[in-house]
Design a protein around this ligand. Structure first.
Ligand code: PBG
Length: 326
């Protein structure tokens, strides 16, 4: 191998066009999914304090939101709902007229081409804030599967384009796939939160979605941040159970996991750039400590470079505007 002075890597860094010509990774608006938080009520468009630029939206505000996203070229949203009331069994999660089900209908009416992905989980809907049914203060896996499957079917019946279970119960992809197929939704894909870690970076989301557990934590069902091989096992199981797209979450502290999954798996791979990752960048930029635009684009590009095809991010709208300027 020849070396310096014959070899000078700087030759290819001399101009913007030259750098663009040899760029290995491209970030595009079509890679992005934007999360939305829908609430009951009328004319609600309240900014979420811990996640500036993101809003609690009532159903009547969704057509305008869909217009904005379409004009920005963002292809998909991921829906989270705040129910009118919570109970032990998270009943509004699988109510045919629950907030998410109605939001799906409103969005599909307003913007049929905008892909609507629905998060399937019970934590926003249960009084205890855990992601499944409780049995002696533990989340009881198997009885929870039926409720998750009902939730998924009600989303599909409302018109959801992709079902995204985030609960981390064992066997939920199989249960959801079976239920969807039995109810006539065999063509609705599942994007599973396959490797979802028990992370401190969900903090701002849990305030926004009012979904913090009322006791204990989620370490009994979400993954231990110290584990990488186990992520491959989780991903493998979800694929066997019928997942169409697999996800790693969070993204930033888990770029190694994204890269390892990419190496092993040919399915489309999504990464969730979660609330805490967004809020940290936003807060530091507001202080003038970092350049928000450059930091955001660097992070999103890194998530793609690691191997993600799809990025779920609260930066989506801003990133779409910045990408358009380039
Ligand atoms: C629901 C769910 C959570 C997130 C997505 N779906 C919260 C959690 O698991 O506690 C987090 C998203 C984010 O932080 O942006 N289970």
């Amino acid at each position: 191998m020849p070396g310096f002075p014959l070899v000078r890597p700087r030759r290819l860094r001399k101009s913007d066009n030259l750098r663009r010509l040899v760029r290995e990774t491209s970030l595009e608006t079509q890679d992005l999914i934007y999360p939305l938080f829908v609430v009951h009520g009328q004319r609600v468009r309240d900014e979420i304090p811990s996640m500036p630029g993101n809003y609690h939206l009532s159903l009547d505000m969704l057509p305008a939101e869909a217009d904005e996203l379409s004009s920005l070229g963002i292809p998909a949203v991921l829906l989270f709902g705040l129910p009118a009331s919570k109970d032990e069994r998270g009943s509004e999660a699988y109510d045919d007229h629950g907030i998410v089900q109605e939001a799906v209908r409103a969005l599909k009416r307003a913007a049929p081409d905008l892909l609507v992905v629905t998060d399937v989980c019970l934590c926003e809907y249960t009084s205890h804030g855990h992601c499944g049914l409780l049995e002696r203060n533990e989340v009881d896996n198997d009885p929870t599967l039926d409720l998750l499957a009902r939730t998924a079917v009600s989303h599909a019946a409302a018109g959801a384009d992709i079902i995204a279970p985030s609960d981390m119960m064992d066997g939920r992809v199989a249960a959801i796939r079976r239920a969807l197929d039995e109810q006539g939704f065999s063509s609705v894909p599942i994007m599973s939160y396959a490797a979802k870690y028990a992370s401190a970076f969900y903090g701002p989301f849990r305030v926004a979605a009012d979904s913090a557990p009322q006791f204990g934590d989620r370490r009994g069902y979400q993954m231990d941040p110290a584990n990488a091989r186990e992520a491959l096992r989780e991903v493998g199981l979800d694929i066997e159970e019928g997942a169409d797209i697999v996800m790693v979450k969070p993204a930033l502290a888990y770029l190694d996991i994204i890269a390892r999954v990419r190496d092993r798996v040919d399915l489309p791979l999504a990464a969730y750039n979660v609330s805490g990752e967004f809020s940290m960048v936003h807060a530091a930029a507001q202080q003038g400590w970092i350049d928000g635009q450059r930091a955001t684009m660097e992070i999103l590009t890194a998530i793609k470079r690691a191997g993600a095809d799809i990025i779920i991010t609260y930066h989506a709208k801003q990133a779409a505007r910045w990408l358009r300027q380039i």
